[in-house]
Design a protein. Structure first.
Length: 119
């Protein structure tokens, strides 16, 4: 994949929403350090859509799936695959996009990667 390609970042949102958004920021930082453009809809759409309201949640998922169609790959983070992530993975399979799976990573790991690649 070429540098500056768009990578769709799939990770859980529901449950610990605040904590999961922080993790999503770390995942996006990781993707960006590797030279790709992270596309993480739930980081953006949660600024104006309420995930607790089913209609707004569904609208956000629809928006995200449309963004996925513009990406080169999908990277799935964490061991927990949420219902929303299952929809994203299913669409990626239909679109024949490469799917990369990563364990849950933390900010210290991401910063360590940055230090390694910036030497």
């Amino acid at each position: 994949m070429k540098k500056n390609s768009m990578v769709y970042v799939a990770s859980p949102l529901r449950g610990d929403i605040e904590g999961n958004l922080e993790k999503a920021k770390d995942y996006c930082r990781f993707v960006s350090f590797l030279g790709y453009i992270p596309i993480c809809p739930h980081l953006f759409f949660t600024t104006f859509l309420n995930d607790e309201i089913e209609e707004e949640r569904n609208r956000g998922i629809c928006f995200g799936l449309n963004l996925l169609k513009k990406c080169e790959e999908i990277w799935v983070f964490g061991e927990q695959i949420s219902e929303g992530m299952k929809e994203e993975i299913k669409l990626a399979e239909i679109l024949d996009l490469p799917i990369q799976y990563f364990p849950e990573i933390n900010r210290e790991f991401v910063e360590g990667i940055y230090e390694l690649i910036s030497r």
